[in-house]
Write a protein that binds this ligand. Structure first.
Ligand SMILES: Nc1ncnc2c1ncn2[C@@H]1O[C@H](COP(=O)(O)OP(=O)(O)OP(=O)(O)O)[C@@H](O)[C@H]1O
Ligand SMILES: [Mg+2]
Length: 244
């Protein structure tokens, strides 16, 4: 079974007497090691879909299956536990703890569970190196550039070695050269390290790093296509056609 499956998921938000149907029955599977970009206009339901995949929001109907576990069947505690072991989350805002160093922020998911062992320290050092952060490891977030902060946040998502990475507009706060670094990192995580990745973005220049694009419109999946030769111009045209 694919590591990530959404089956006919529905989600409506209620605010007072107003109901907003954010997702209207989305069915989507992501294979192991695949890198999928989810695109769509603002308010189309992209983040809602990602949050359902992460078990941060519960679906009203349908099933979300991650690594053969149906998230819709888990209680809050089990869900938190499951997420910690199986899913790495990356957001547009880096959400680093300002009083901790880059190294400590990266190691935080382990530090919350236990004292770091020697092999944990080794893993942290290797990951800092892979992310090009070794010389920055003792810096606090306010002494890091946006790109460096996002790389620390990516490290924090990877340190527990989850099979599935979910990223919501990970380049949204970055300039183009830092965006490129982050996109290349994500591409290598799937291509070289076999991670299954879903990344939300509305930028064709970012989506082109993925293997496949899924387009959401008004809470429904309207198209899914392969990214040909990572060409952002033809991707942009195809995407615009989906929105017409
Ligand atoms: N917690 C919430 N309460 C009420 N409405 C919500 C909530 N979260 C999302 N919505 C609504 O659901 C719809 C889909 O929102 P969602 O955040 O998934 O869109 P999005 O595609 O991620 O947009 P953007 O590109 O702006 O981030 C929107 O109409 C939004 O206002
Ligand atoms: Mg969003």
């Amino acid at each position: 079974m694919a590591p990530l499956v959404c089956e006919n998921v529905h989600k409506t938000f209620h605010q007072g007497d107003r109901a907003v149907a954010a997702l209207n029955g989305v069915t989507l599977g992501v294979n192991a090691g695949q890198f999928l970009a989810v695109m769509g206009a603002s308010g189309s339901g992209k983040s809602t879909l990602l949050h359902l995949m992460a078990g941060l929001t519960q679906a009203d109907r349908g099933r979300v299956i991650v690594n053969a576990t149906d998230l819709t069947s888990l209680g809050d505690r089990a869900l938190t536990d499951f997420r910690r072991r199986n899913i790495g989350l990356i957001f547009q805002a880096f959400n680093l703890i300002p009083t901790l160093t880059a190294e400590e922020n990266l190691a935080l998911p382990i530090m919350l569970e236990r004292r770091l062992t020697r092999s944990d320290h080794q893993k942290v050092r290797e990951l800092l190196d892979r992310l090009g952060l070794t010389s920055r490891r003792t810096h606090r977030p306010d002494a890091l550039s946006g790109g460096e902060q996002q790389r620390v946040a990516i490290g924090r998502a990877l340190i527990t070695e989850p099979a599935v990475i979910l990223a919501d507009e990970p380049t949204g706060n970055l300039d183009s050269s830092n965006s490129k670094v982050v996109c290349e990192l994500l591409r290598d995580l799937s291509g070289v390290h076999g991670k299954t990745i879903v990344m939300v973005t509305h930028e064709p220049s970012v989506a082109r790093y993925a293997q496949e694009v899924a387009v959401i419109r008004d809470g429904s999946l309207v198209a899914q296509f392969e990214v040909a030769e990572h060409d952002s111009e033809s991707l942009a045209m195809r995407y615009q056609e989906c929105l017409r």
